[in-house]
Design a binder for this molecule. Sequence first.
Ligand code: ADP
Ligand code: MG
Length: 457
Amino acid sequence: MVTFEQLKLNAALLKSLDALNYTLPTPVQAQAIPLLLQGHDVAAQAETGSGKTAAFGLPLLQSINPGLQQVQALVVVPTRELAVQVRQELKQYARFIPNLKITAFYGGHSFRLEEDSLAHPPQVLVGTPGRLTDHLSRRTLDLTNVAQVVLDEADKLLEMGFEEELDDLLRAIPRKRQTILFSATMEEDVKELIANSLQDPRFVQASATAVPDRIVYYGLKVQDEQKPQALVRLLQSINPAGTVVFVNARLTTTEVAQHLQEHGFQARALHGKLEQSERDKTMTLFRNGTASILVATDLAARGLDMDVVQQIIHYELPQHQDAYQHRSGRTGRAGKSGTVYTLLSSRETQKLEQWPDVQVNEWLDLTELAADTSVPMEAPALTTLHISGGRKDKLSPRDIVGALIAEVGLKASEIGKIEIQDRHSFVAIPEEAASAAVRKLSAARIKGKRYKVSFVR
Ligand code: ADP
Ligand code: MG
Protein backbone atom coordinates (compact mmCIF):
# COMPACT_ATOMS: atom_id res chain seq x y z
CA MET A 1 0.00 0.00 0.00
CA VAL A 2 1.37 3.44 -0.90
CA THR A 3 0.69 6.49 1.23
CA PHE A 4 -0.04 10.05 0.12
CA GLU A 5 3.46 11.04 1.32
CA GLN A 6 5.02 8.44 -0.97
CA LEU A 7 3.10 9.93 -3.88
CA LYS A 8 5.19 13.09 -3.37
CA LEU A 9 2.39 15.48 -2.61
CA ASN A 10 3.48 18.71 -0.94
CA ALA A 11 3.04 19.63 2.70
CA ALA A 12 0.03 21.91 2.20
CA LEU A 13 -1.90 19.18 0.42
CA LEU A 14 -0.89 16.50 2.93
CA LYS A 15 -2.14 18.75 5.69
CA SER A 16 -5.57 19.14 4.11
CA LEU A 17 -5.82 15.39 3.44
CA ASP A 18 -5.03 14.79 7.06
CA ALA A 19 -7.72 17.27 8.10
CA LEU A 20 -10.18 15.45 5.82
CA ASN A 21 -9.24 12.09 7.32
CA TYR A 22 -8.14 10.62 4.02
CA THR A 23 -5.81 7.98 5.37
CA LEU A 24 -4.80 6.19 2.18
CA PRO A 25 -5.08 6.93 -1.55
CA THR A 26 -7.73 5.01 -3.46
CA PRO A 27 -6.48 2.76 -6.32
CA VAL A 28 -7.11 5.36 -9.01
CA GLN A 29 -5.34 8.00 -6.93
CA ALA A 30 -2.34 5.75 -6.28
CA GLN A 31 -1.96 5.11 -10.01
CA ALA A 32 -2.82 8.48 -11.51
CA ILE A 33 -1.13 10.94 -9.14
CA PRO A 34 2.51 9.96 -9.91
CA LEU A 35 1.89 10.01 -13.67
CA LEU A 36 0.22 13.40 -13.44
CA LEU A 37 2.99 14.87 -11.30
CA GLN A 38 5.48 13.70 -13.96
CA GLY A 39 3.51 15.77 -16.45
CA HIS A 40 2.06 13.00 -18.61
CA ASP A 41 -1.27 13.18 -20.35
CA VAL A 42 -3.47 10.66 -18.58
CA ALA A 43 -6.67 8.86 -19.51
CA ALA A 44 -8.21 7.17 -16.49
CA GLN A 45 -11.17 4.92 -16.09
CA ALA A 46 -12.61 4.21 -12.67
CA GLU A 47 -16.12 3.74 -11.42
CA THR A 48 -18.21 6.34 -9.61
CA GLY A 49 -17.12 6.92 -6.06
CA SER A 50 -13.54 5.81 -6.59
CA GLY A 51 -12.08 9.22 -5.75
CA LYS A 52 -11.38 10.61 -9.20
CA THR A 53 -11.68 14.26 -8.17
CA ALA A 54 -8.73 14.04 -5.81
CA ALA A 55 -6.87 11.87 -8.35
CA PHE A 56 -6.68 14.77 -10.79
CA GLY A 57 -7.26 17.56 -8.28
CA LEU A 58 -4.25 17.03 -6.01
CA PRO A 59 -1.56 17.00 -8.72
CA LEU A 60 -3.33 19.84 -10.47
CA LEU A 61 -3.23 22.01 -7.35
CA GLN A 62 0.39 21.10 -6.75
CA SER A 63 1.47 22.47 -10.12
CA ILE A 64 -0.39 25.78 -9.91
CA ASN A 65 1.64 28.91 -9.37
CA PRO A 66 -0.39 30.91 -6.83
CA GLY A 67 1.75 33.98 -7.55
CA LEU A 68 0.46 34.19 -11.09
CA GLN A 69 -3.07 35.50 -11.43
CA GLN A 70 -4.10 33.76 -14.63
CA VAL A 71 -6.33 30.82 -15.44
CA GLN A 72 -3.77 28.00 -15.32
CA ALA A 73 -6.02 24.98 -15.04
CA LEU A 74 -9.40 24.32 -16.59
CA VAL A 75 -11.68 21.52 -15.37
CA VAL A 76 -14.58 20.76 -17.71
CA VAL A 77 -17.54 18.90 -16.20
CA PRO A 78 -20.91 17.96 -17.73
CA THR A 79 -23.35 19.49 -15.26
CA ARG A 80 -23.89 22.45 -13.01
CA GLU A 81 -24.12 20.26 -9.92
CA LEU A 82 -20.76 18.74 -10.70
CA ALA A 83 -19.21 22.13 -11.32
CA VAL A 84 -20.27 23.24 -7.87
CA GLN A 85 -19.26 19.98 -6.26
CA VAL A 86 -15.82 19.76 -7.90
CA ARG A 87 -15.06 23.37 -7.04
CA GLN A 88 -16.06 22.70 -3.45
CA GLU A 89 -13.87 19.65 -3.24
CA LEU A 90 -10.85 21.35 -4.82
CA LYS A 91 -11.26 24.20 -2.36
CA GLN A 92 -11.04 21.75 0.51
CA TYR A 93 -7.81 20.29 -0.84
CA ALA A 94 -6.41 23.80 -1.40
CA ARG A 95 -7.29 25.03 2.07
CA PHE A 96 -3.68 25.51 3.13
CA ILE A 97 -2.42 27.01 -0.14
CA PRO A 98 -2.51 30.79 0.21
CA ASN A 99 -3.71 33.06 -2.59
CA LEU A 100 -5.31 30.35 -4.64
CA LYS A 101 -8.60 31.21 -6.28
CA ILE A 102 -10.91 28.48 -7.56
CA THR A 103 -14.06 29.49 -9.42
CA ALA A 104 -16.95 27.71 -11.11
CA PHE A 105 -18.79 28.88 -14.25
CA TYR A 106 -21.99 27.21 -15.32
CA GLY A 107 -25.35 27.79 -16.95
CA GLY A 108 -27.96 29.41 -14.76
CA HIS A 109 -25.27 31.40 -12.95
CA SER A 110 -25.09 35.16 -13.54
CA PHE A 111 -22.92 35.78 -16.60
CA ARG A 112 -22.18 39.29 -15.40
CA LEU A 113 -20.88 38.06 -12.04
CA GLU A 114 -18.70 35.55 -13.80
CA GLU A 115 -17.38 38.22 -16.10
CA ASP A 116 -16.66 40.50 -13.13
CA SER A 117 -14.78 37.72 -11.35
CA LEU A 118 -12.41 37.55 -14.31
CA ALA A 119 -11.06 40.99 -13.42
CA HIS A 120 -8.94 38.99 -10.95
CA PRO A 121 -8.79 35.65 -12.75
CA PRO A 122 -8.86 32.43 -10.73
CA GLN A 123 -5.92 30.08 -11.16
CA VAL A 124 -8.34 27.16 -11.37
CA LEU A 125 -11.58 27.37 -13.31
CA VAL A 126 -14.23 24.66 -13.21
CA GLY A 127 -17.06 24.90 -15.69
CA THR A 128 -19.65 23.37 -17.96
CA PRO A 129 -18.88 23.31 -21.71
CA GLY A 130 -21.79 25.50 -22.76
CA ARG A 131 -21.03 28.31 -20.37
CA LEU A 132 -17.29 28.16 -20.98
CA THR A 133 -17.69 28.44 -24.76
CA ASP A 134 -20.13 31.28 -24.17
CA HIS A 135 -17.33 33.15 -22.46
CA LEU A 136 -14.99 32.31 -25.31
CA SER A 137 -17.31 33.64 -27.97
CA ARG A 138 -17.91 36.83 -26.01
CA ARG A 139 -14.17 37.12 -25.51
CA THR A 140 -14.52 37.47 -21.76
CA LEU A 141 -12.29 34.49 -20.97
CA ASP A 142 -8.59 34.15 -21.75
CA LEU A 143 -7.35 30.57 -21.85
CA THR A 144 -3.90 31.24 -23.28
CA ASN A 145 -2.17 30.57 -19.94
CA VAL A 146 -3.87 27.26 -19.35
CA ALA A 147 -1.28 24.52 -18.88
CA GLN A 148 -3.61 21.80 -17.63
CA VAL A 149 -7.05 20.81 -18.81
CA VAL A 150 -9.20 18.12 -17.25
CA LEU A 151 -12.18 16.51 -18.96
CA ASP A 152 -14.06 15.02 -16.03
CA GLU A 153 -16.80 12.46 -16.67
CA ALA A 154 -15.84 12.38 -20.32
CA ASP A 155 -18.42 9.72 -21.13
CA LYS A 156 -21.16 11.96 -19.81
CA LEU A 157 -19.78 15.01 -21.63
CA LEU A 158 -20.10 13.14 -24.92
CA GLU A 159 -23.41 11.56 -24.04
CA MET A 160 -24.77 15.06 -23.47
CA GLY A 161 -23.59 16.15 -26.90
CA PHE A 162 -20.79 18.53 -25.93
CA GLU A 163 -18.36 17.33 -28.57
CA GLU A 164 -18.25 20.63 -30.45
CA GLU A 165 -17.88 22.69 -27.30
CA LEU A 166 -14.97 20.50 -26.21
CA ASP A 167 -13.34 21.04 -29.60
CA ASP A 168 -13.73 24.80 -29.31
CA LEU A 169 -12.34 24.83 -25.78
CA LEU A 170 -9.34 22.68 -26.59
CA ARG A 171 -8.56 24.84 -29.61
CA ALA A 172 -8.47 27.92 -27.38
CA ILE A 173 -5.84 26.33 -25.12
CA PRO A 174 -2.16 26.21 -26.14
CA ARG A 175 -1.09 22.86 -27.57
CA LYS A 176 1.74 22.68 -25.07
CA ARG A 177 -0.36 21.55 -22.17
CA GLN A 178 -1.22 18.57 -20.03
CA THR A 179 -4.53 17.00 -21.01
CA ILE A 180 -6.27 14.75 -18.52
CA LEU A 181 -9.38 12.70 -19.09
CA PHE A 182 -11.43 10.85 -16.50
CA SER A 183 -14.35 8.62 -17.28
CA ALA A 184 -16.44 5.95 -15.61
CA THR A 185 -16.67 4.01 -18.89
CA MET A 186 -14.53 3.68 -22.03
CA GLU A 187 -16.88 3.44 -25.00
CA GLU A 188 -15.68 4.03 -28.56
CA ASP A 189 -16.51 7.73 -28.51
CA VAL A 190 -14.41 8.26 -25.38
CA LYS A 191 -11.49 6.42 -26.96
CA GLU A 192 -11.83 8.64 -30.01
CA LEU A 193 -11.76 11.75 -27.87
CA ILE A 194 -8.59 10.46 -26.19
CA ALA A 195 -6.95 9.77 -29.55
CA ASN A 196 -7.83 13.24 -30.81
CA SER A 197 -7.07 15.32 -27.74
CA LEU A 198 -4.35 13.64 -25.67
CA GLN A 199 -0.66 13.31 -26.54
CA ASP A 200 1.14 10.08 -25.76
CA PRO A 201 -1.34 9.37 -22.96
CA ARG A 202 -0.73 6.97 -20.08
CA PHE A 203 -3.74 4.81 -19.31
CA VAL A 204 -5.00 4.11 -15.84
CA GLN A 205 -7.68 1.63 -15.02
CA ALA A 206 -8.46 1.18 -11.38
CA SER A 207 -9.98 -1.95 -9.93
CA ALA A 208 -13.69 -2.12 -9.26
CA THR A 209 -13.22 -2.32 -5.50
CA ALA A 210 -13.18 1.42 -4.91
CA VAL A 211 -12.10 2.98 -1.63
CA PRO A 212 -11.70 -0.46 -0.08
CA ASP A 213 -10.13 0.87 3.10
CA ARG A 214 -13.36 2.50 4.12
CA ILE A 215 -15.04 -0.84 4.71
CA VAL A 216 -14.60 -2.45 8.11
CA TYR A 217 -14.76 -6.24 8.16
CA TYR A 218 -16.01 -8.07 11.23
CA GLY A 219 -15.93 -11.83 11.67
CA LEU A 220 -18.15 -13.92 13.94
CA LYS A 221 -17.32 -17.55 14.59
CA VAL A 222 -20.46 -19.66 14.91
CA GLN A 223 -21.44 -23.23 14.24
CA ASP A 224 -23.70 -23.78 11.25
CA GLU A 225 -26.73 -24.68 13.35
CA GLN A 226 -26.29 -21.52 15.45
CA LYS A 227 -26.43 -19.21 12.48
CA PRO A 228 -30.14 -18.28 12.51
CA GLN A 229 -29.90 -17.29 16.16
CA ALA A 230 -26.57 -15.54 15.64
CA LEU A 231 -28.02 -13.48 12.82
CA VAL A 232 -30.90 -12.32 14.99
CA ARG A 233 -28.53 -11.36 17.79
CA LEU A 234 -26.27 -9.52 15.43
CA LEU A 235 -29.18 -7.56 13.95
CA GLN A 236 -30.45 -6.76 17.44
CA SER A 237 -27.09 -5.29 18.34
CA ILE A 238 -26.89 -2.90 15.38
CA ASN A 239 -29.28 -0.57 13.60
CA PRO A 240 -30.60 -3.04 11.01
CA ALA A 241 -31.79 -0.43 8.48
CA GLY A 242 -30.15 -0.93 5.10
CA THR A 243 -28.82 -4.44 5.65
CA VAL A 244 -28.25 -6.96 2.89
CA VAL A 245 -27.82 -10.54 4.10
CA PHE A 246 -26.15 -12.76 1.51
CA VAL A 247 -26.88 -16.46 1.30
CA ASN A 248 -25.87 -19.04 -1.29
CA ALA A 249 -29.15 -20.67 -2.30
CA ARG A 250 -32.53 -19.38 -3.36
CA LEU A 251 -34.38 -21.47 -0.79
CA THR A 252 -32.27 -20.05 2.01
CA THR A 253 -33.38 -16.50 1.16
CA THR A 254 -36.99 -17.27 2.03
CA GLU A 255 -36.07 -19.38 5.08
CA VAL A 256 -33.88 -16.69 6.55
CA ALA A 257 -36.27 -13.85 5.68
CA GLN A 258 -39.09 -15.71 7.38
CA HIS A 259 -36.98 -16.41 10.46
CA LEU A 260 -36.18 -12.71 10.71
CA GLN A 261 -39.84 -11.72 10.26
CA GLU A 262 -40.75 -14.04 13.14
CA HIS A 263 -38.30 -12.09 15.27
CA GLY A 264 -39.90 -8.77 14.40
CA PHE A 265 -37.64 -7.60 11.57
CA GLN A 266 -38.85 -6.04 8.33
CA ALA A 267 -37.07 -8.53 6.10
CA ARG A 268 -37.66 -9.55 2.47
CA ALA A 269 -36.22 -12.28 0.28
CA LEU A 270 -34.68 -11.38 -3.06
CA HIS A 271 -33.68 -14.11 -5.49
CA GLY A 272 -33.36 -14.59 -9.23
CA LYS A 273 -36.53 -16.62 -9.68
CA LEU A 274 -38.86 -13.85 -8.49
CA GLU A 275 -41.00 -12.16 -11.12
CA GLN A 276 -39.48 -8.88 -12.29
CA SER A 277 -42.41 -6.91 -10.87
CA GLU A 278 -41.92 -8.59 -7.50
CA ARG A 279 -38.21 -7.78 -7.53
CA ASP A 280 -38.91 -4.15 -8.43
CA LYS A 281 -41.38 -3.93 -5.59
CA THR A 282 -38.91 -5.41 -3.11
CA MET A 283 -36.25 -2.94 -4.21
CA THR A 284 -38.68 -0.03 -3.83
CA LEU A 285 -39.54 -1.15 -0.30
CA PHE A 286 -35.86 -1.48 0.58
CA ARG A 287 -34.96 1.90 -0.89
CA ASN A 288 -37.66 3.71 1.02
CA GLY A 289 -37.01 1.91 4.28
CA THR A 290 -40.25 -0.10 4.56
CA ALA A 291 -38.09 -3.20 4.36
CA SER A 292 -34.91 -2.78 6.37
CA ILE A 293 -33.33 -6.09 5.50
CA LEU A 294 -32.90 -7.86 2.17
CA VAL A 295 -31.93 -11.51 2.19
CA ALA A 296 -30.41 -12.10 -1.22
CA THR A 297 -28.45 -14.40 -3.46
CA ASP A 298 -25.52 -13.07 -5.49
CA LEU A 299 -27.52 -13.15 -8.68
CA ALA A 300 -30.35 -11.11 -7.22
CA ALA A 301 -27.99 -8.49 -5.87
CA ARG A 302 -26.56 -7.64 -9.26
CA GLY A 303 -26.92 -3.94 -9.88
CA LEU A 304 -27.77 -3.35 -6.26
CA ASP A 305 -25.62 -0.25 -5.93
CA MET A 306 -27.89 1.72 -3.71
CA ASP A 307 -27.11 4.46 -1.26
CA VAL A 308 -29.23 2.78 1.37
CA VAL A 309 -26.94 -0.19 1.90
CA GLN A 310 -25.36 0.38 5.31
CA GLN A 311 -24.01 -3.08 5.97
CA ILE A 312 -23.51 -6.44 4.41
CA ILE A 313 -23.83 -9.69 6.29
CA HIS A 314 -22.37 -12.81 4.76
CA TYR A 315 -24.60 -15.46 6.28
CA GLU A 316 -22.64 -18.05 4.36
CA LEU A 317 -19.33 -17.81 2.59
CA PRO A 318 -19.65 -17.93 -1.20
CA GLN A 319 -17.61 -20.38 -3.28
CA HIS A 320 -14.96 -17.88 -4.35
CA GLN A 321 -13.10 -14.86 -3.11
CA ASP A 322 -14.32 -12.78 -6.07
CA ALA A 323 -17.93 -13.26 -5.09
CA TYR A 324 -17.10 -12.36 -1.49
CA GLN A 325 -15.49 -9.12 -2.57
CA HIS A 326 -18.26 -8.32 -4.98
CA ARG A 327 -20.86 -8.83 -2.27
CA SER A 328 -18.87 -6.72 0.18
CA GLY A 329 -18.55 -3.95 -2.40
CA ARG A 330 -22.31 -3.35 -2.25
CA THR A 331 -21.59 -1.24 0.81
CA GLY A 332 -19.03 1.51 1.33
CA ARG A 333 -19.75 2.83 -2.12
CA ALA A 334 -19.27 6.39 -3.28
CA GLY A 335 -16.69 6.92 -0.61
CA LYS A 336 -19.10 6.27 2.23
CA SER A 337 -17.96 4.02 4.98
CA GLY A 338 -19.44 0.56 5.11
CA THR A 339 -19.50 -2.42 7.39
CA VAL A 340 -19.26 -6.07 6.50
CA TYR A 341 -20.06 -8.90 8.90
CA THR A 342 -19.26 -12.50 8.13
CA LEU A 343 -20.71 -15.46 10.00
CA LEU A 344 -18.14 -18.24 9.82
CA SER A 345 -18.27 -21.88 10.77
CA SER A 346 -14.88 -23.45 11.47
CA ARG A 347 -14.86 -24.90 7.97
CA GLU A 348 -15.60 -21.46 6.49
CA THR A 349 -12.98 -19.80 8.70
CA GLN A 350 -10.35 -22.09 7.19
CA LYS A 351 -11.56 -21.26 3.71
CA LEU A 352 -11.51 -17.52 4.30
CA GLU A 353 -8.00 -17.70 5.69
CA GLN A 354 -6.84 -19.04 2.33
CA TRP A 355 -8.15 -16.07 0.39
CA PRO A 356 -5.16 -13.75 0.01
CA ASP A 357 -7.02 -10.50 -0.65
CA VAL A 358 -9.51 -10.80 2.17
CA GLN A 359 -8.95 -9.82 5.76
CA VAL A 360 -10.99 -9.60 8.92
CA ASN A 361 -10.31 -6.39 10.85
CA GLU A 362 -11.94 -7.51 14.05
CA TRP A 363 -13.52 -10.60 15.56
CA LEU A 364 -16.76 -10.20 17.47
CA ASP A 365 -17.96 -12.31 20.32
CA LEU A 366 -21.54 -13.42 19.98
CA THR A 367 -22.23 -13.58 23.71
CA GLU A 368 -21.11 -9.99 24.14
CA LEU A 369 -23.27 -8.84 21.28
CA ALA A 370 -26.30 -10.37 22.95
CA ALA A 371 -25.54 -8.55 26.19
CA ASP A 372 -25.68 -5.15 24.56
CA THR A 373 -29.18 -3.80 25.03
CA SER A 374 -28.25 -0.14 24.70
CA VAL A 375 -28.76 -0.13 20.94
CA PRO A 376 -32.24 0.89 19.82
CA MET A 377 -34.30 -1.67 17.98
CA GLU A 378 -35.85 -0.95 14.60
CA ALA A 379 -37.07 2.52 13.75
CA PRO A 380 -40.87 3.12 13.69
CA ALA A 381 -42.42 0.83 11.11
CA LEU A 382 -43.25 2.20 7.68
CA THR A 383 -45.81 1.10 5.14
CA THR A 384 -45.58 1.76 1.44
CA LEU A 385 -48.60 2.99 -0.49
CA HIS A 386 -49.10 2.42 -4.17
CA ILE A 387 -50.77 5.20 -6.18
CA SER A 388 -52.08 4.37 -9.65
CA GLY A 389 -50.59 7.44 -11.32
CA GLY A 390 -47.10 8.61 -12.15
CA ARG A 391 -44.93 10.74 -14.37
CA LYS A 392 -47.18 10.26 -17.39
CA ASP A 393 -50.04 11.65 -15.32
CA LYS A 394 -47.82 14.62 -14.44
CA LEU A 395 -47.72 13.64 -10.78
CA SER A 396 -44.74 14.99 -8.86
CA PRO A 397 -43.50 14.24 -5.34
CA ARG A 398 -44.88 17.61 -4.33
CA ASP A 399 -48.41 16.67 -5.38
CA ILE A 400 -48.25 13.54 -3.26
CA VAL A 401 -46.80 15.32 -0.25
CA GLY A 402 -49.48 17.98 -0.68
CA ALA A 403 -52.28 15.42 -0.73
CA LEU A 404 -50.92 13.55 2.30
CA ILE A 405 -50.74 16.77 4.27
CA ALA A 406 -54.09 18.20 3.15
CA GLU A 407 -56.20 15.02 3.02
CA VAL A 408 -54.60 12.74 5.60
CA GLY A 409 -53.21 15.32 8.01
CA LEU A 410 -49.64 13.99 7.98
CA LYS A 411 -46.74 16.29 8.71
CA ALA A 412 -44.13 16.72 5.99
CA SER A 413 -41.52 15.24 8.34
CA GLU A 414 -43.55 12.02 8.65
CA ILE A 415 -43.56 11.35 4.94
CA GLY A 416 -40.84 9.04 3.71
CA LYS A 417 -39.29 8.50 0.35
CA ILE A 418 -41.43 9.02 -2.77
CA GLU A 419 -40.72 7.20 -5.98
CA ILE A 420 -42.51 8.31 -9.16
CA GLN A 421 -42.53 5.84 -12.04
CA ASP A 422 -44.22 6.23 -15.42
CA ARG A 423 -47.67 5.02 -14.42
CA HIS A 424 -47.26 4.35 -10.69
CA SER A 425 -45.95 6.03 -7.60
CA PHE A 426 -44.85 4.74 -4.22
CA VAL A 427 -44.64 6.58 -0.94
CA ALA A 428 -43.55 5.39 2.50
CA ILE A 429 -45.57 6.61 5.50
CA PRO A 430 -45.88 5.56 9.16
CA GLU A 431 -47.70 2.26 9.54
CA GLU A 432 -50.28 3.62 11.97
CA ALA A 433 -51.43 6.25 9.47
CA ALA A 434 -51.66 3.85 6.54
CA SER A 435 -55.28 2.68 6.69
CA ALA A 436 -56.63 6.20 7.02
CA ALA A 437 -54.34 7.33 4.23
CA VAL A 438 -55.61 4.67 1.83
CA ARG A 439 -59.22 5.51 2.64
CA LYS A 440 -58.86 9.28 2.44
CA LEU A 441 -56.58 9.43 -0.60
CA SER A 442 -58.83 7.04 -2.54
CA ALA A 443 -61.75 9.37 -1.94
CA ALA A 444 -59.79 12.52 -2.72
CA ARG A 445 -58.34 14.03 -5.86
CA ILE A 446 -54.66 14.53 -6.43
CA LYS A 447 -54.01 17.38 -8.86
CA GLY A 448 -57.68 17.23 -9.84
CA LYS A 449 -57.75 13.52 -10.59
CA ARG A 450 -58.83 10.34 -8.79
CA TYR A 451 -56.31 7.54 -8.31
CA LYS A 452 -56.42 4.08 -6.85
CA VAL A 453 -54.45 3.96 -3.64
CA SER A 454 -53.50 0.68 -1.98
CA PHE A 455 -50.97 -0.99 0.32
CA VAL A 456 -47.91 -2.66 -1.08
CA ARG A 457 -47.65 -6.05 0.60
P1 ADP B 1 -15.71 9.88 -8.36
O1 ADP B 1 -15.45 11.17 -9.04
O2 ADP B 1 -14.72 8.82 -8.71
O3 ADP B 1 -17.13 9.39 -8.50
P2 ADP B 1 -15.26 11.40 -5.98
O4 ADP B 1 -13.99 12.02 -6.39
O5 ADP B 1 -16.49 12.23 -6.03
O6 ADP B 1 -15.51 10.06 -6.79
O7 ADP B 1 -15.04 10.80 -4.51
C1 ADP B 1 -16.06 10.12 -3.81
C2 ADP B 1 -15.97 10.38 -2.33
O8 ADP B 1 -14.82 9.76 -1.77
C3 ADP B 1 -15.89 11.85 -1.98
O9 ADP B 1 -16.76 12.09 -0.90
C4 ADP B 1 -14.45 12.04 -1.55
O10 ADP B 1 -14.37 13.07 -0.60
C5 ADP B 1 -14.08 10.68 -0.96
N1 ADP B 1 -12.67 10.33 -1.11
C6 ADP B 1 -11.89 10.50 -2.21
N2 ADP B 1 -10.65 10.03 -1.99
C7 ADP B 1 -10.64 9.54 -0.74
C8 ADP B 1 -9.61 8.92 0.09
N3 ADP B 1 -8.40 8.68 -0.38
N4 ADP B 1 -9.96 8.55 1.33
C9 ADP B 1 -11.19 8.79 1.79
N5 ADP B 1 -12.19 9.37 1.09
C10 ADP B 1 -11.93 9.74 -0.16
MG1 MG C 1 -16.26 12.44 -10.26
